[in-house]
Design a protein around this ligand. Sequence first.
Ligand SMILES: Nc1ncnc2c1ncn2[C@@H]1O[C@H](COP(=O)(O)OP(=O)(O)OP(=O)(O)O)[C@@H](O)[C@H]1O
Length: 243
Amino acid sequence: MLKVINLKKSYGSHQVLKGINLTVNTGETVVIMGPSGCGKSTLIRCINRLTEPDSGEIIYKGIPVHQLNEKELLKLRKDIGFVFQNFNLINRLTVLQNVMLGLIKWGLKPKEAEERAIRVLEQVELKNFIHSKPAELSGGQQQRVAIARALALDPDLMLLDEPTASLDPILVGEVLKVMEELTRQKDKSLLIVTHEVAFARRVANRIVLMDQGVIVEEGSPETIFKAPKSWVGRRYKEMIEYQ
Ligand SMILES: Nc1ncnc2c1ncn2[C@@H]1O[C@H](COP(=O)(O)OP(=O)(O)OP(=O)(O)O)[C@@H](O)[C@H]1O
């Protein structure tokens, strides 16, 4: 589904990604973890070129994403959903309109777009809020709208960049629950950046640990959390034991 080869990115003299190699298979849930500032967000944003990598290859379903022009990229982003840390909803539109917007842009008739939007909003348990404005919702609800918006386009790959990072701890669970549902859809591949260790252990097929711009370890949750090889892995093992 996705293959990243020797991806590099620098900001000035700071090399944030130092040659990342990563694959995500069809239907797989891959979780990226690592200390703050190690390059997780930069990596996930480079995959659909919200951030431009300096060099390396990104191959999605055989398409060389690193070589696409703007127009081709827009088309690709329909098939690769992205959920940001801070929701990025449009405040003057209702929840329903926020979800419908992308569908209409992609050519659905308003009626079809509305039906599809309502269906995905039901899926994230927000049916009763479709006519609310984002500002009237809690952070957890807003993030679920953002997930619904990405889901509505029926992407084969979803990239989620710390979707619970800006939430009150009490609201984190409701978003994790929706994400866990997504991992059960066998036709969708997920690449998730998160600090939620217990969640990662439960849903990941594979965990990728990063430190200072490199992948230091990857493997199944059992391997990583039972017998980690890297210091990052050992830290997460301690966190699990402490919980
Ligand atoms: N647009 C930018 N300009 C300059 N430096 C940047 C930019 N974006 C990220 N960086 C730097 O790149 C490094 C990696 O950032 P990144 O956001 O990828 O880390 P992260 O692992 O996702 O961290 P966190 O878990 O805190 O979100 C950091 O040192 C950050 O300051």
